[in-house]
Design a protein around this ligand. Structure first.
Ligand SMILES: [Ca+2]
Ligand SMILES: [Ca+2]
Length: 357
C-alpha cells in the first residue's frame, strides 16, 4: 500500500488556496469546425476536430455517436455531429466564470458530462463562491436545472462540492461518483442530488519540500473490471513522477471506499495527471498536463505557458507505460472509442483526435 494514502479524513480541513485546473483569460470567439490534419513526430495523423473554444475539457459521446464537449470557459455544452456541424445543446449558457481561483486567473464552468437514462448531465466546477459548483441536468434546448443543492465546501461530510471536476455513472451509489480536486475527494451523488464522501485522499510529503503535497484527484473512468479509476494531479509544487492512477472499489458494499484495501495504486510514477480513459481493449490512456506544470501556472499568459511546456498522453497496457502522444497542449479531457482517441487541449482551445491502433 502506498504510504502516501491515508483514508477517512472525515473532518478534512479545506485549505484556502487549492489550485486546480484552469484556463486562459483569452476569450476566444466561438466554435469553428475544421478538419485540418497534420502528422506528429511519430507519424500519427493528428486531426483538429474543433478549435477556437474557451477551455474545452470534458468529452462524451451521445447515443447517436456525436461528440459532446464541455466548454469550461464558455459555459456551453457543444455537440459536434459526424458532418462537423458544431452547435450548443442549450441556448442559455451554463454557469461559468473567467476570473475564478487565485489571482482571479482561472476559468470555472462545465467540466464533465454524463449521459444517464437518456438524459445529459453536466458537472460545473467553481473555485470561488461554491454556489455554482453543482451537477445540472439539461432539460431541453433552452436550459438546465440543478440536480444537487447549493453546497458547502466546509460541510463535515455531507452535501459538499468544492470544485467538482469529472464524473462517472455509478449504479452502486444509485447515481454518480464525482471527483472533487478542491476537496481531495471522490463524492457519491445519488439521483436525488444527495452527496456524501466516497473517498478522501490525504496529502503526502516529498523530500526538500516542507509543506505536504495534496493529492488532487482529477479524471475518473470506469474499468472493465467494474472498479472506478481516478488520476491525481498532485498539488504544488507538482512533483515529477509522484502522481498516481488509483483503483477504487467498495469491496464491503457499505456505500463508500474508505475501508482497508478499497483504494489501491494502479499506475504510479506519473506526473500531473488530468484525465484517464479506457480503450475498448482495456488499454488505459493517461493525460499528463504539462512537462512543467509549475511554469504553466506561475502566471502570465496561460496559453503561451502551456504551449511552451506541453503535456502528453501515455498508454498503460497492464505492464508497460509508453508515450502515445507527445506535444499535446494542456490535455484535460480524454475519450477513447474503438478506433479514435479524442483529446481536449484546454489552453489551446481545441479538441484533436488521433487514430488508435
Ligand atoms: Ca474525463
Ligand atoms: Ca467500503
Amino acid at each position: 500500500m502506498n504510504p502516501s494514502l491515508k483514508l477517512v479524513a472525515r473532518n478534512l480541513h479545506l485549505s484556502a488556496c487549492r489550485i486546480v485546473i484552469i484556463a486562459p483569460l483569452l476569450i476566444i470567439t466561438a466554435s469553428v469546425a475544421c478538419a485540418s490534419e497534420s502528422a506528429d513526430d511519430d507519424g500519427i495523423v493528428v486531426e483538429v476536430v474543433v478549435e477556437g473554444l474557451t477551455s474545452p475539457r470534458g468529452l462524451a459521446l451521445d447515443q447517436d455517436g456525436n461528440l459532446l464537449i464541455a466548454e469550461t470557459g464558455g459555459g456551453r455544452l457543444l455537440k459536434v455531429t459526424r458532418d462537423r456541424d458544431v452547435r450548443s445543446l442549450t441556448t442559455t449558457r451554463l454557469p461559468h466564470a473567467l476570473n475564478s481561483g487565485p489571482d482571479a486567473a482561472y476559468t470555472a464552468g462545465p467540466s464533465a458530462i454524463s449521459l444517464l437514462n437518456g438524459e445529459v448531465f453536466v458537472i460545473v466546477g467553481e473555485f470561488r463562491g461554491n454556489k455554482s459548483a453543482r451537477l445540472y441536468r439539461i432539460t431541453g434546448e433552452t436550459g438546465y436545472e440543478a440536480v444537487t443543492p447549493v453546497t458547502d465546501a466546509f460541510s463535515p461530510t455531507e452535501n459538499r462540492f468544492s470544485n467538482p471536476y469529472d464524473i462517472v455513472n455509478a449504479p452502486e451509489v444509485d447515481g454518480w461518483i464525482v471527483s472533487d480536486p478542491g476537496g481531495n475527494s471522490l463524492l457519491a451523488v445519488d439521483l436525488d442530488g444527495n452527496i456524501h464522501d466516497y473517498v478522501v485522499f490525504q496529502s503526502f510529503t516529498i523530500p526538500d519540500h516542507e509543506a505536504p503535497v495534496e493529492m488532487v484527484p482529477t479524471g475518473i473512468a470506469r474499468g472493465a473490471d467494474g472498479a472506478v479509476y481516478v488520476g491525481s494531479l498532485t498539488g504544488f509544487p507538482y512533483p515529477r513522477e509522484q502522481a498516481v492512477v488509483w483503483r477504487v472499489e467498495d469491496l464491503n458494499g457499505d456505500g463508500d471506499a474508505m475501508d482497508e484495501g478499497e483504494v489501491e495504486p494502479f499506475v504510479t510514477g506519473l506526473t500531473t495527471v488530468t484525465d484517464i480513459t479506457f480503450g475498448a481493449d482495456g488499454t488505459l490512456y493517461i493525460a499528463e498536463f504539462s512537462s512543467d506544470t509549475k511554469a504553466v501556472l506561475q502566471g502570465g499568459d496561460f496559453s503561451k505557458n502551456a504551449a511552451s511546456n506541453p503535456g502528453r498522453v501515455l498508454r498503460w497496457n497492464g505492464s508497460e507505460l509508453t508515450v502515445f502522444a507527445d506535444n499535446v497542449v494542456s490535455p484535460t479531457g480524454l475519450l477513447a472509442t474503438e478506433s479514435t482517441l479524442y483529446i481536449s487541449e484546454e489552453y489551446a482551445g481545441r479538441v484533436s483526435k488521433r487514430p488508435l491502433n
